[in-house]
Design a protein around this ligand. Sequence first.
Ligand code: ATP
Length: 274
Amino acid sequence: MSSGTRSMTLCASAVSCRRGGRTILREVDLDVPAGTRLAIVGPNGAGKSTLLRTLCGLERPATGRIRLAGDDLDRLPARRRALSIAVVGQDEHPSAELTVAEAVGLGRTPYRSAWSTGNSDDHEIIRSALEQVGLGGWERRSCMHLSGGERHRVVLARAIAQQTPIVVLDEPTNHLDAAWRLRLMQILDDLDATVIAAMHDLDLVLRHFDSVAVVFDGGITAHGPPVEVLTPDLLTSVFDVSGTVVSHPETGLPHLLLNSPITAQQAHTSKENR
Ligand SMILES: Nc1ncnc2c1ncn2[C@@H]1O[C@H](COP(=O)(O)OP(=O)(O)OP(=O)(O)O)[C@@H](O)[C@H]1O
């Protein structure tokens, strides 16, 4: 971990979020120590994107504070924020008018002075970011003609090129095929950065994140190491599925076996018992 990464703890205290006149999250406390990997999970509509957007400063909390390395996030100048946090949004794709290099080069904007088009370091950083996402040599291609998965990888390369101590991603495995889902997780594992990601794939969460925060019922209902949090009871009461964590017979790593969605009656009983 670099010294810059080490000092960048992100801290939410008593944060409430409102969208469309409705309170989505109430009094959330969440510390993300520098250099750790946090997955945010929860059912559709629970408020994962809302929490992520608030944590990275794209939305202001209705109440409470977000602090980055001790400073109030909403008081940080835009440039300093862009040098601290890179964001890969849900279903975000690069503008069709840009070449791949231009789209990835947007990640270098906070480092440039006005009217600068980038220097040789920038070109090398862009080239290297494209290599990492398997698009080496694609600099001159138009973003207009990329597939969904390729566009997603360009946006990921932009975040890598931004070289921030914190990277925030909203459902980063969307649009990716089986191999690229695993490669993406490897890329995130290798980043010298704090990683915060909203995830639907709980199996990947088990092996690639230090901790998981479960967003449910207007708050964080559980938070801790994935193998401790993703218990059969929690899977039933929060996700309406039955499932269990098993060890891979060869690697010994934890994997999630999901059986079947539970019935509406079972879900009701489980919630009554919570
Ligand atoms: N701009 C908005 N105006 C009104 N309601 C909104 C707005 N954005 C989100 N919501 C509502 O806030 C709630 C939380 O949305 P959010 O996108 O944070 O959920 P999520 O957990 O990320 O869901 P998903 O897994 O489906 O992506 C949802 O009920 C959604 O309909």
